[in-house]
Design a protein around this ligand. Structure first.
Ligand code: URA
Length: 250
């Protein structure tokens, strides 16, 4: 009861500050993250007790009356960055609507652009195998998505402004899906969610606290297809994620 009142107080204060800021600054077009103010004690306890967990919380947002269908439809009509011009399809993501893990890559490739589905090429097949090794699948308990929902030309890295333009969609997805944990695959999603420029070699092998949820950053399956030496550390990362899920009883 006391906790609820405290949480409501924090939300009220946050909205009041935003209201004042909006009145002072013309922020009509600017994206604003609303923190989740999460109060999931059992997660907090696990994360607080685990010395391997690194604190790294960011904002959170949830428009009123949002839905996954609305997000997908908004993505389909989005022209917020230059990537809309070259797309065949948008790729909002796919998977469980109550995911244990949200898996995030960087951006759709050619096959994803053609089908509108994430990770359907060779890297996607390997990803499915990796996930299934720790009891996860996109059919049952994962949601698979990307930082950017449209294919960058020639599969180049999505530019920072393209990532920023797409981030509100990811924020809305995270808010609705409320996954218990995150797995970022590849440098770009790890850096984007953890708000860092650290190399993936430095980011991987640890558990981060991302808004009160564990986040593990690992290699992209396409890197494993190119270079077998990434397989062992990637497997270590998956085991780390699994150990966090076990601790949470998921
Ligand atoms: N690589 C990604 O990062 N995302 C996809 O959806 C496919 C390949």
């Amino acid at each position: 009861m006391e906790e609820n009142t405290e949480k409501a107080g924090r939300v009220f204060l946050y909205e009041l500050i935003n209201f004042i800021e909006d009145s002072l600054v013309d922020s009509h077009n600017s994206y604003k993250a609303i923190p989740q103010f999460a109060d999931t004690p059992e997660l907090d306890t696990v994360l607080e007790q685990d010395p391997a967990v690194i604190q790294s919380n960011m904002g959170f947002m949830l428009p009123k009356d949002d839905s996954l269908e609305k997000i997908s439809s908004d993505i389909r009509s989005c022209r917020a960055c230059r990537l809309y011009a070259g797309r065949k399809n948008t790729v909002p993501g796919f998977g469980s609507i109550k995911p244990v893990v949200m898996v995030l890559g960087e951006a759709p490739g050619a096959e994803e652009d053609a089908s509108g589905l994430p990770f359907v090429g060779a890297a996607g097949k390997l990803l499915d195998k990796m996930l299934s090794a720790i009891g996860l699948s996109r059919e049952n308990n994962c949601f698979i998505g990307n930082i950017v929902k449209c294919r960058p030309p020639h599969n180049r890295d999505p530019a920072p402004d393209e990532q920023a333009a797409c981030m509100p969609f990811l924020e809305r997805q995270i808010a609705l899906l409320d996954p218990k944990a995150f797995l970022t695959i590849g440098r770009i999603p790890g850096q984007a969610l953890l708000n860092t420029k650290d190399s993936l070699g430095r980011l991987r092998g640890k558990v981060y606290d991302f808004r009160g949820k564990p986040l593990v950053a690992s290699y992209h399956p396409s890197a494993l297809l190119r270079d077998e030496s990434y397989k062992r550390p990637a497997w270590e990362d998956l085991k780390l994620l699994k150990s966090m899920l076990d601790k949470l009883g998921k």
